[in-house]
Design a protein around this ligand. Structure first.
Ligand code: UT7
Length: 321
C-alpha cells in the first residue's frame, strides 16, 4: 500500500515583527490589551512593498527541500494554496516552479480555499501520491494578505499577517497521512470575503477583506470540532492518541474552544497566532514547521492539522509524522 509521508518542512516569515503598539502608532484605533484579550495576537509580519507571495513561497519551498535532503529535480508535483496570488495568471505555483527550478513538465497549480487552502492542497497531494501517479509533492501555503487589508476597518486589519509554509510529501510504504476530510458551504459566502470581481475585463468592487467576525467565530468552532472527530474516526483513533493538534491560527479563543471540546490539553496544541497573526493558508504549515524545528513534534507522533475560513471552507488532515 502506498502512503504519503512528510519528509521536510520550511517557512518564510517576512520582515520584522509588528506589535499591537506599532499598529496603534500607525493610527489604528486598537490596543494591546484588546488584541491579547480578544484574539491572542501580539505580533504579525508584513512583506515589504514589492515582495510577492511567490517569493515567500519559493523561500519556504527551498527550506523544505533542504530539510528533506532533496533537490528541485526530485519534485514531481507542486501545489500552492493562496488567496493572494502575484497575478491573475500564471498561477503562483508556476512562478514558484520557475523560481526553484522544479523541472518543466511537472504539474503546478494553485488551490483557492482561503484559510483552509493548505489542508485542501495537502489532501489533493496525498491523493495524487496514494494513487501511485506521483512520488514527491511540494505543498505550500503562502500569503501577502497585507495587500488586501482594509486599514480603515480595525475589526479585520489587525488580525492578519504575511508568510509562507511548505511541506514535502513523499511516497512511502508506511503512513504518513492517515485521514483527510475537506468541506465547503457556499451559502456562507457573505460572512468572510474580498468582493472584487472581474466584469468586461475590469475589476469591480472592493478587493479588501470584510468579515462578520462573530458569525465566522461560531461556525469555525463547530466546523473544527466536527471535522476533527471525522478524521479521527476514519483513522480509528481518538483525541487521546494525538501527539499534537495544529488548528488554523486565527484567534487563540477559537483554538482554546476547539481544544476544550475535543478534550485536548493546551500543552499539546501548537499556537503561533500570538507571533504570526492569521496568515490564512500559510498558518498551518508555518505552525507545523515551527514545532518540528523546536523539537516538539517528533517522528512517530500523530498530528492533527486543521483549516477553516472563507467560502465557507474547512478541513483536516490527520498524519503520523
Ligand atoms: O481566518 C478565517 C477565520 N477568521 C476567524 O476565525 C475570525 C473569527 N472571529 C474573531 O476572531 C472575532 O470575532 C474577532 C477577533 C474578529 C472580534 O472579536 P469579538 O469578540 O467577536 O469582538 P466584536 O466584534 O463583538 O467587537 C467587540 C467590541 C466592539 O466594540 P463595542 O461595539 O462593544 O463598543 C468593537 O467595535 O470590540 C471592538 N473592536 C475593537 N476594539 C479594539 C473591534 N475591533 C477592535 C480592535 N481594537 N481591533
Amino acid at each position: 500500500m502506498i502512503f504519503s509521508r512528510v519528509v521536510g518542512t520550511g517557512a518564510c516569515l517576512p520582515g520584522a515583527p509588528i506589535s499591537n503598539d506599532d499598529l496603534v502608532a500607525r493610527g489604528i484605533e486598537t490596543s494591546d490589551e484588546w488584541m491579547i484579550g480578544r484574539t491572542g495576537i501580539r505580533f504579525r509580519h508584513y512583506a515589504d512593498a514589492g515582495v510577492t507571495t511567490s517569493q515567500l513561497a519559493a523561500k519556504a519551498g527551498r527550506e523544505a527541500l533542504d530539510a528533506a535532503g532533496l533537490t528541485p529535480a526530485d519534485i514531481d508535483l507542486l501545489i500552492v494554496a493562496t488567496t493572494t496570488p502575484d497575478m491573475i495568471f500564471p498561477s503562483t505555483a508556476c512562478l514558484v516552479q520557475s523560481a526553484l527550478g522544479v523541472p518543466a513538465g511537472v504539474p503546478a497549480f494553485d488551490v483557492q480555499a482561503v484559510c483552509s487552502g493548505f489542508v485542501y492542497a495537502l489532501t489533493i497531494a496525498d491523493k495524487f501520491i496514494r494513487s501511485g501517479s506521483h512520488k514527491r509533492a511540494m505543498v505550500i501555503g503562502a500569503e501577502t494578505l497585507s495587500n488586501i487589508l482594509n486599514w480603515e476597518d480595525r475589526s479585520t486589519c489587525v488580525l492578519f499577517g504575511d508568510g509562507a509554509g511548505a511541506m514535502i510529501l513523499a511516497a512511502d510504504d508506511q503512513p504518513g497521512v492517515l485521514a483527510t476530510a475537506v468541506h465547503a458551504d457556499g451559502t456562507q459566502t457573505n460572512i468572510l470575503s474580498a468582493n472584487a470581481r472581474f466584469s468586461g475585463g475590469k475589476g469591480i468592487g472592493s478587493p479588501l477583506v470584510s468579515m462578520d467576525g462573530q458569525a465566522v467565530f461560531k461556525l469555525a468552532v463547530r466546523a473544527l470540532e466536527e471535522v476533527a472527530l471525522e478524521v479521527l474516526e476514519i483513522a480509528g483513533l481518538s483525541a487521546k492518541d494525538l501527539g499534537w493538534f495544529i488548528p488554523h491560527q486565527a484567534n487563540s479563543r477559537i483554538i482554546q474552544a476547539v481544544a476544550k471540546r475535543l478534550d485536548v490539553e493546551m500543552d499539546r496544541v501548537v499556537v503561533t497566532v500570538d507571533r504570526h497573526g492569521n496568515t490564512s493558508a500559510a498558518s498551518v504549515p508555518m505552525a507545523m514547521n515551527a514545532a518540528i524545528r523546536d523539537g516538539r513534534i517528533r517522528r512517530g507522533q500523530n498530528v492533527l492539522l486543521q483549516g477553516v475560513g472563507g467560502g465557507f471552507t474547512w478541513g483536516a488532515v490527520l498524519l503520523r509524522y
